[in-house]
Design a protein around this ligand. Structure first.
Ligand code: BGC
Length: 358
């Protein structure tokens, strides 16, 4: 079968490769991949910064954002049938089966020895077929047979948002009104929609102009778009109840703390390069203390966020029928991976590789 692969830690080894169709073992399913989404993590793997092949293999099949149909059931699989529209989660338990992993919270793995499809030690979904443990599979409604590929990026903010509410509600009386989203890529736009669904006023900040596709999509949800080139966010006089930091830029991340009001919270979801310049860290800690502020990081998402995310994706689709399809700005086949994995224009938001139409 056709698969998009890399040799991990080898820059620009991206290629289309012919590999064997996987055979589902006990409690595993064989998935026919309909489409996969491309994100920054895939590009980091292609650049050689990240990624690990499965044990004993010299290649890694890419792809962790996917939409599939069940093709075949391995022995002992329950609750799924051939033809079901599904999304597999990304992360799998560590070999030690730590207390988080054995309680369905591999996103909170204690050992760090977890596996991630398409990223760390397990092949991904950028192939005609893939296999997965059946207990990490979420069924999708047929109404999302095109757009369900956006579930995985939504789960990242689904987890960030749920954890934010849990943290805040456990420590104070919290009635958030206004949120700030730093970054308006696919996850930033999905975060904006999710916050608007919850009834919050939202401002989203990015570097594209006010008439860009990103800005238009943000504003179509009733949020406001701020172009940070025209209006530096240090000049924002409003203080937010909470901030989602998605830019991955360390100096933006440090300034996020100035943008929250007393008792506010910042959720960091980016990967920050260590050589980036940062501001005075002492000031940040003092502000944290004097303002009862909370900062936390969040990565990955377990199956519960995929389940709630699938419901939110349906709600988003119902409320803003053009939004999700407009986030997908490019679709292509797998035959020329170099082409589809490299953004063609500044207006590109999410690229999708189509493996099968059905
Ligand atoms: C994925 C997460 C994963 C993280 C780190 C992100 O792109 O969405 O599922 O945990 O990369 O590998």
């Amino acid at each position: 079968m056709k698969a998009i692969t890399v040799t991990p830690r080898t820059p620009n080894s991206l290629r289309l490769q012919d590999v064997p169709v996987p055979v589902p073992g006990k409690r595993e399913v064989l998935l026919r991949v309909l489409r996969i989404g491309i994100c920054g993590t895939d590009r980091d793997i292609i650049s050689g910064f990240y990624g690990e092949a499965p044990a004993g293999s010299d290649y890694l099949i890419l792809g962790h954002e996917s939409l599939c149909r069940i093709e075949k059931l391995g022995p002992g699989v329950r609750g799924l049938k051939i033809g079901d529209l599904v999304v597999p989660t990304v992360r799998r338990s560590c070999p030690e089966n730590c207390v988080s992993c054995r309680n369905h919270q591999s996103d909170m793995c204690y050992t760090g020895h977890y596996f991630e499809h398409g990223i760390k030690g397990l092949n991904g979904f950028a192939a005609e077929f893939a296999k997965s443990d059946s207990s990490y599979i979420v069924k999708m409604p047929e109404s999302l047979s095109e757009l369900g590929v956006l579930l995985e990026p939504l789960t990242i903010v689904e987890k960030g948002l749920l954890q934010t509410y849990l943290l805040q509600k456990s420590r104070l009386i919290w009635k958030p009104e206004r949120a700030l989203v730093l970054g308006a890529g696919p996850v930033g736009i999905l975060a904006t929609a999710l916050l608007r669904l919850r009834g919050l006023e939202v401002d989203a900040v990015a570097t594209r102009s006010k008439d860009s596709v990103k800005a238009t999509l943000v504003e179509s949800t009733g949020a406001s778009y701020i172009n940070s080139k025209e209006m530096p966010f240090s000049s924002l006089d409003y203080k937010y109840d909470f901030v989602f930091e998605l830019t991955g830029n360390a100096s933006v991340a440090v300034s996020a703390q100035d943008l929250i009001r007393v008792n506010g919270i910042v959720c960091y979801l980016g990967i920050y390069r260590e050589d980036q310049e940062t501001q005075n860290v002492g000031k940040v800690f003092t502000e944290l203390v004097l303002g009862n502020k909370l900062h936390f990081g969040s990565v990955n998402a377990n199956i519960t966020y995929f389940q709630s995310g699938a419901k939110d994706l349906v709600r988003i689709q119902k409320k803003w029928p053009k939004l999700l399809s407009s986030i997908i700005t490019r679709k292509g086949g797998p035959d020329d991976p170099q082409k589809i994995y490299n953004p063609e224009s500044e207006e590109e938001i999410k690229s999708i590789v189509e493996f099968s139409g059905a």
